[in-house]
Write a protein of this length. Sequence first.
Length: 274
Amino acid sequence: MPATVLPTDNGREIPGLAALARTATRLHPSPGAPTVHDSHLGGPLLWPVEEPWPHCDGRLPSNSGRPEEGWSADHALDVPVALVGAAQFFRRDFPDLPFPEHADLLQVLFCPNEHSSMEYWGPGVHLVWRDSTGVTDVAPPPEPVVAADMFLPRPRVLNPCRITEYPMLRELPGAIKSTLSSVDEDDWPEVAQGSKLGGWTFWWQTDPWQLTCRECDADLRLLMALHTSEHDDDLCSCGRDAVDPAQWEFGREGALNIFTCPTDSRHPFKLAID
């Protein structure tokens, strides 16, 4: 992981800032043919044949992968729509993910219809935390019924690279921000604008808003950001410059941010497109 210089206030160390450093894993997607046994975007999922494939009836499956309440599809669904595989991540490739006990695989599925709530407009999202060792026979995915092609990802293999991030200036806690003398966003370290796991959120269309767990009131943390575009920057020193977006589109070419509870990643999650 490349070394990151701790931001300062005109050379003065900023009290409390070091504790806000987070590790992010850049995904650097590129074209390929991932299998069910690979971590990837848009490829086939390691889905057990005996487990029903999840469908959306205008809301989302009401189980451990549910988001916050108050969701509905913006278009009437005459019949339940099969979800599509958006991504999967194995613990062996991404050990920093907050895997629950006995889980070593995170699967992300989308309902390719537009969903909305008070603070969100985008695909329906479903998370599955799974023990991959229990999957022996794999089920093929059902044929997708796509209402919004913008939410259907193309298969991409991953070339991960770990970096250190600090929150954007606007997301700094007030107690820290009040100690700053003359720091502006142009002088502040960048937050990655590319698909990643962990780290901090790149807010550019909206301001940060309160993200707390509905079940335990813990402050939610960024689980992943799936970006419409993969931006070139100087944050990585791994030489991963051959990137190709999954060709999905979120909002005004923004990112789909998924936030989960640090106490229990199976608690209801929240979404923000920015």
